[in-house]
Design a protein around this ligand. Sequence first.
Ligand code: B12
Ligand code: SF4
Length: 536
Amino acid sequence: MPPLITTHAAETRIVPRAMPTPLPFVTFVRGPVVSTPGSMNNEATPSIAFAYISSYIAKQGYPFTIVDGIGSALNQVWPLEEFPGHQIQGLPIDRIIELIPAHSSVLAFSGMFSGDWPMLRILIKRARKRFPNALIVAGGEHMTALTEYCLRDCPELDVCVRGEGEQTFYKLLESWRTQEDYSEINGIGFLDGDRYIQNGFLPRIRDIDNIPWPEWPTGYLEKFWEAGKSYGVQTERDMPIMASRGCPYQCTFCSNAAMWTTRYILRDQDDLINEIKAYKELYGITSLQFYDLTAVTKKSWTIEFCEKLIAADINLKWSLPSGTRSEALDKETLTLLKKTGCNYLVYAPESGSPETLRKIKKRINLDRMTESVVTACRLGIVCRTNLIIGFPHETRKNVWETILFGLKLAVKGVDEVSIYIFSPYPGTEIFHELLESKRLKINDDYFLALTSLNGNYFEVNPLVVNPHMGAFELAFYRVFFMLANYAIGYLLHPGRIVRTFRNLRSKTQAATVFEHRLKDAFRRRKTLSSDATKRA
Ligand code: B12
Ligand code: SF4
């Protein structure tokens, strides 16, 4: 197929060419996970984004394949040679390029994590060398937040799909194929010469029940199950699933609004139940893991969903590992959650300081959240709460309020009280404020700092944007009090010690993220040493 884009960088121009005939072959590509040695949080999960988008275009007849640099080499870790001190989990970049089928006309890259951008840029540049005529597209959270920056930083990239991807990507393919042009498509960003063009507002699919269910390539999920990879806690066969899209809130540290707008749409419960039934039959799944931004916001919807789970005799474990709000989680709802198999809930209070909560626009009531999480724990649901310290405005008093709040939660029985150091992510209100006041500069060092900061517990020099406390101080609070919270939990509930030992020996069970991450660390170490033995 003749190229639409003739050259790259400054002279990029959209030029007319002969009408392409067959539907172009699309290859979706995901690079490996970037992290630093010692990092424990940068884990691998199946790409539900690719499963959704590929399913959407497949329904329109487009042929495609997925080259997943993560799923194809789980637990394998290599140094990222271009960036000393960093490592990748998954396939090495050159191997990913080799795996892209030669007849690919469109290469569609996943750009979810900002920390991965320096690696992704290398991947795209190498792909362009091998595929000089392909249409190269990228989408995802990072590409949406920093579209212009990425296009200028990587001229080999033709176009970015911004926000929700299915419909926009399909329209892009169609107009590229039939009209020899994509410049009018809503929801994309591209460079026309040196001019950055961003079309329209962030598109949202209104009728989400018409989005086809994700299509998982044969044998793909099985690789994750075999390698013990899942999101949050672990059972034998954990299934990624989504009940909603978007989130109605606008917390200043979260990129949700810049990615999904504030439109929050819940799926029809019957359609969701049918999807679950199909997975039970097709894969024999043992649990559901919801990847939503915030799955529980509406009590009536949640109760109806639980009642339908019971009526349909679903009988699976299920969890909310990405964090949820607590307004709808009162005793009545939580009792139903437990009855329907909910085994793990992540609450996201973010801070124990009322002043910080006001400033970051989190809009939660700490007492009600505490009551909800304590009730969930008493009902036997394993609970985690995420806390952040070191927001730019915070004083030591704010940070200590959060630390003490965390300790209180641990004493009250919360299984995991995690503490993160604040990182300014692209697309967030705080990120823009820091850029404007020149307290933050975007470059590779900044992106790479995002990979290590929150995952590496032994990092004592993380990226810190707080003028009152240094990196060492915040890192110390983080490590010390997180360990203290776990210690409290294990001391007050000795049964958890037995559970953890049992789960560490089991191939398929982890009741907390702590247990899961420990198991992952051992697996990676084992893989590394067996690789070394093979090489020797
Ligand atoms: C699953 C998940 C994880 C997993 C899996 C990661 C992995 N490497 O496999 C785990 C638990 C490990 C994880 C960890 C972290 N995560 Co996380 N995680 C998510 C989560 C909850 C779900 C992502 C998802 O699958 N969404 C559902 C799909 C359907 O949406 P989507 O991916 O956005 O895809 C849509 C569009 O973006 C678009 N699209 C996406 N890709 C492409 C590609 C093309 C070509 C096109 C056309 C379109 C397109 O179309 C899709 C369908 O509409 C998101 C929040 C969220 N709900 O989105 C956060 C999120 C991605 N995580 C985030 C963060 C910050 C982290 C951590 C740094 C947290 C921490 N403090 O440790 C770590 C870093 C991990 C790492 N570097 O790998 C941020 C990322 C911000 C950023 N710019 O980097 C997010 C957005 C949460 C948030 N709002 O702040 N995470
Ligand atoms: S932090 Fe949670 S509640 Fe706040 S905007 Fe992001 S997804 Fe919504």
